[in-house]
Design a protein around this ligand. Structure first.
Ligand SMILES: Nc1ncnc2c1ncn2[C@@H]1O[C@H](COP(=O)(O)OP(=O)(O)OP(=O)(O)O)[C@@H](O)[C@H]1O
Ligand SMILES: [Mg+2]
Length: 256
C-alpha cells in the first residue's frame, strides 16, 4: 500500500532553535509506526505540525495525497480525519465515561462516514461498543475523575475511536501506567489498527517491542534512523544516543 502521510523537508524554528530540521518522514496506509527518541528530540513537535497545532517554518505535509501544510487543527481533524491523543490529560472530569465518549462523537466532523455509514448508530450505542473495546464497560457511569490513571488514558483512546480517524496519533499513551496496563494498551492498539493508520510516540521499550514493526528514531530534530525494530535495537548510534539510557530507567510499578 502507498504512503498515507508524507513530510518533505519539514522544519520548524522556535526563536532561533530548530526543533525539527529537514525531516522527510512517511507512513504507509494501515501501518502502525512507532516514533522514539530522547527528551526534546522533536517527537511532539512533529505531531504538532502534522495536526496543524504548530505551523512549519518550511517544508510540506501531505496526507492522503492532499497538501495539509498550514491548515487549521480543526480542518485537519474534521476534514482529513487525523485524530490525536495529547501527552497530557484531556477529559471532561465531571462527566461519566460514557458521556465523555458521546461528546467526542458530537465533535466529529463532516467526514464522509457520517453519511455513508450503512446503519447509523446512536452515539450511545457507539459509546457502548467503544467502552467494550477499551475494557471500561463496567465503569460507564463513573465520572472521569473517579477513574484510575490507566483507565483515563484508555478513555482518551476511546474518545479518539469515537471520531473514527483515518490516522490516529498517540503521544506517550502508556506514560504513568503499570506494566500490566501497558501490556493491555499494546493489545488495544494492535486491535485498533484494523482499517486505520496509527502513529505512536513512546519511551517504554517493552511496549515498543510489543507493538512495533517499523520504528523511526528522532534525535535533535532529525531522523537518526528508521527501520525494522530489530535493526533499530542493534544500531550503534541509536544505542549510544537513546537506548542505553532508556533501558536503564526505573522499571514501572508492579500494580495499582
Ligand atoms: N512552542 C515551542 N516554543 C519553543 N520551543 C519549543 C516549543 N515546542 C517545543 N519546543 C522545543 O523543541 C524541542 C523539541 O520538543 P518536543 O516537545 O518536540 O520533544 P519530544 O521529543 O516530544 O520530547 P519528550 O520525550 O520530552 O516529550 C525542545 O527543546 C522543546 O523545548
Ligand atoms: Mg513529547
Amino acid at each position: 500500500m502507498g504512503d498515507i502521510l508524507v513530510t518533505e523537508h519539514l522544519s520548524v524554528c522556535f526563536s532561533g532553535f530548530w526543533a525539527l530540521h529537514d525531516v522527510d518522514f512517511s507512513v504507509g496506509e494501515g501501518e502502525l509506526r512507532v516514533v522514539i527518541g530522547p527528551n526534546g528530540a522533536g517527537k511532539t513537535t512533529l505531531m504538532d505540525l502534522i495536526t496543524g497545532r504548530t505551523k512549519p517554518s518550511s517544508g510540506k505535509i501531505w496526507f492522503g495525497g492532499h497538501d495539509i501544510t498550514g491548515k487549521s487543527p480543526h480542518e485537519i481533524a474534521a476534514k482529513y480525519g487525523i485524530g490525536r491523543k495529547f501527552q497530557g490529560p484531556n477529559l471532561f472530569e465531571n462527566m461519566t465515561a460514557a458521556e465523555n465518549l458521546e461528546l467526542a462523537a458530537a465533535g466529529r466532523g463532516t467526514v464522509a462516514g457520517t453519511f455513508l455509514r450503512s446503519a447509523p448508530k446512536s452515539a450511545a450505542e457507539e459509546a457502548d461498543g467503544v467502552l467494550r473495546r477499551i475494557g471500561l464497560t463496567g465503569k460507564r457511569g463513573l465520572l472521569a475523575c473517579e477513574l484510575s490513571h490507566g483507565e483515563r488514558q484508555w478513555l482518551e483512546i476511546g474518545m479518539l475511536m469515537m471520531q473514527d480517524p483515518k490516522l490516529m496519533i498517540l503521544d506517550e499513551p502508556t506514560a504513568g501506567m503499570t506494566e500490566e496496563e501497558t501490556r493491555q494498551t499494546g493489545e488495544m492498539i494492535q486491535n485498533l489498527l484494523k482499517g486505520r493508520t496509527i502513529l505512536v510516540v513512546e519511551h517504554d521499550m517493552k511496549f515498543v517491542r510489543q507493538v512495533a514493526k517499523t520504528v523511526t528514531v528522532l534525535h535533535m530534530g532529525r531522523i537518526l534512523a528508521q527501520g525494522p525494530l530489530a535493526a533499530i535495537e542493534n544500531n550503534p548510534e541509536v544505542i549510544r544516543v537513546y537506548l542505553k539510557s532508556e533501558d536503564k530507567e526505573a522499571p514501572k510499578h508492579a500494580g495499582p
